[in-house]
Design a protein around this ligand. Structure first.
Ligand SMILES: [Zn+2]
Length: 485
């Protein structure tokens, strides 16, 4: 199974390596061509929805307008919508059809703090320090919507059995929304999940990500006059600094691929008042969840030691915990084939000018060539990205496949103002349409051919290993609904 899969994947890479716009391909069967045309026919509608969500720019668990807009579109398309699932007001599940198989499509819609940006090629926040869609999740939710509606129309016209579910998943950025949805059993009967993510290229590689644990360390001390009575004070900020110092020394003694980052969210109000409250917000990441567990334990110990040494107390709130993505080469092979059929796209002269200007603002010279949006990247096997996603927890419970659409100008990293600028404009929409069509064609295959799900499941079981039991590091914590407040 593994050998033949790898051989076929290798063959696919040879055949499909970075083919460009207009490459010769066999025509799609009529029903599949209708799916693509159905999405294309509503391009301006989807562009408008994506732009509205971009404008809302709502952060994790605060996405009321974005969630409501997507829900209303799904209701209008005859999906049955259940909102407020998994104790999360902005989470929802929209269902169409009945029976097996059950195919899930995932849509995200949260923005990032501080990345507000106009549709401009220089730094220009729409609202100073306000959130912005620097990860393109306005496109993510909308592209998935487009795929879901096209599939629903295809299911309805073909009279085929099967259940389609659109999962409206809030707070991907550090809130672990999907983890709570998995924990609530919402994915329990799903046979396969299809998703995508905005990126700076068109690619369907079966890559993994870093597992990630996040938490807020809160220290409490004793306030006093910093000059008149310092001996009476116990500084909570001292505790934060002592913790950070210990963790920064620890960096030398953790496995190479580990990532640790923090910010100080509260550090006192005035230099002449010894702070009685301070808070550090930490992320720790690792390709292996078990190694991450031990790194995290050492970080917590540093916090405990800092509290002991500064005469303060410490309490920890875990705000998120996600696994590394469990890739599925078999499903990625299907997605890659359809991405090839859909192909890349060209820029208009205005878009080309914008792209050149945006690239000129990047700190590092971009390693991805301008023009790569016209192509589909060759499949890379065994790659691990250094980001994290809560889709990972879905992927350890249901065979899951993802595709990237070139929504960002090549070389533009996610979580940047440049990405926000791309996600709100026509380049973002073009990348979104590539992903929507590829996802819909992939899901149609999964509905049509039961052996696809069997093969994906066999690979999934093999990768998880015998005796694997999924267990979220969030344990029974309630969703941290105010983690962005
Ligand atoms: Zn993202």
């Amino acid at each position: 199974m593994r050998t033949s899969l790898l051989q076929s994947v290798a063959l696919l890479v040879l055949i499909c390596s970075t083919s460009g716009v207009g490459a010769q391909r066999a025509p799609l069967p009529a029903d599949r061509a209708a799916i693509v045309q159905g999405i294309e026919a509503k391009r301006s509608t989807y562009a408008d929805i994506a732009k509205q969500i971009w404008g809302f720019a709502e952060v994790g668990y605060q996405e009321q307008k974005s969630s409501a807009l997507l829900q209303s579109q799904l209701r209008a398309a005859a999906f049955a919508v259940t909102a407020g699932v998994a104790e999360i007001p902005t989470a929802f599940v929209a269902t169409y059809g009945s029976g097996k198989p059950v195919i899930g499509i995932v849509g995200e819609f949260d923005a990032l703090p501080g990345l507000s940006q106009d549709l401009a090629s220089s730094r220009k926040p729409l609202v100073a320090e306000a959130p912005g869609h620097g990860c393109g999740h306005n496109l993510l939710g909308t592209g998935s919507l487009a795929a879901a509606i096209a599939l629903k129309e295809w299911l309805a016209s073909s009279g085929r059995a099967g259940t389609l579910r659109y999962f409206g998943t809030p707070a991907e950025e550090g809130g672990s929304g999907k983890v709570y949805m998995v924990r609530a059993g919402l994915f329990a009967d799903v046979d396969a999940v299809v998703s995508w993510h905005p990126g700076d290229r068109n690619e369907a590689s079966p890559s993994s990500t870093l597992a990630n644990i996040t938490g807020k360390f809160r220290f409490r001390g004793v306030a006093s006059h910093a000059a008149a009575a310092p001996e009476k004070g116990r500084s909570a900020l001292d505790a934060v600094e002592a913790m950070d110092y210990m963790v920064n020394m620890m960096r030398e003694h953790v496995p190479q691929e580990t990532r640790i980052h923090y910010i100080i969210t509260r550090g006192g109000a005035a230099p002449n008042v010894v702070p009685d409250f301070a808070e550090a917000y930490y992320y720790a990441r690792q390709p292996d969840m078990r190694i991450l567990d031990s790194v995290w334990e050492r970080i917590v110990n540093a916090a405990k030691g800092a509290a002991l040494g500064t005469g303060t107390t410490m309490e920890l709130e875990i705000t998120g915990a996600v696994y590394n993505v469990l890739p599925n080469e078999y499903l990625s092979g299907i997605m890659h084939q359809h991405l090839e059929e859909v192909g890349g796209f060209t820029y208009t002269p205005d878009e080309q000018k914008f792209a050149e200007e945006i690239r000129a603002t990047l700190t590092e010279p971009p390693t991805v060539a301008l023009g790569s949006q016209e192509k589909v990247q060759a499949m890379r096997i065994g790659a691990t990205g250094s980001a994290s996603t809560d889709l990972a927890d879905v992927s350890w419970n249901v065979p899951t496949v993802q595709v990237n659409g070139a929504t960002f100008v090549p070389g533009v990293p996610a979580h940047s103002w440049q990405a926000t600028a791309c996600a709100g404009g026509s380049i973002g929409v073009k990348g979104m349409m590539v992903a929507a069509k590829s996802m819909a064609l992939t899901a149609a295959d999964l509905f049509s051919e039961p052996s696809h799900i069997q093969k994906a499941r066999a690979e999934f079981d093999r990768r998880r290993g015998a005796g694997f039991v999924y267990k979220t590091r969030l344990a029974d914590r309630k969703p941290a609904l105010d983690y962005r407040k």
